[in-house]
Write a protein that binds this ligand. Structure first.
Ligand code: ZN
Length: 78
């Protein structure tokens, strides 16, 4: 398995929620896989601040391997 299909919109939203819970240092069983909802999702922060946030998500239960990119507020231009 190579990670399967890309996340759909609902799964992407679930992935964002998982990252936010993880950032709040919630218990691992609350940080759920956006695809199969198993607890204990692995998240690694690969962010390149202040330009973008990148999180590597891996689920041992279903084999999900996804990098979630979150664009940060762009610099102001004239
Ligand atoms: Zn999963």
């Amino acid at each position: 398995m190579t990670g399967g299909r890309p996340l759909d919109a609902a799964e992407t939203a679930a992935a964002m929620r998982a990252v936010r819970l993880w950032q709040q240092k919630r218990p691992a069983d609350e940080v759920r896989c956006p695809r199969c909802a198993a607890g204990g999702l692995s998240i690694v922060d690969r962010s390149a601040r202040p330009f973008a946030e990148w999180y590597k998500l891996d689920c041992a239960a279903c084999g999900l391997a996804h990098t979630l990119g979150v664009a940060m507020a762009p610099p102001a231009h004239d």
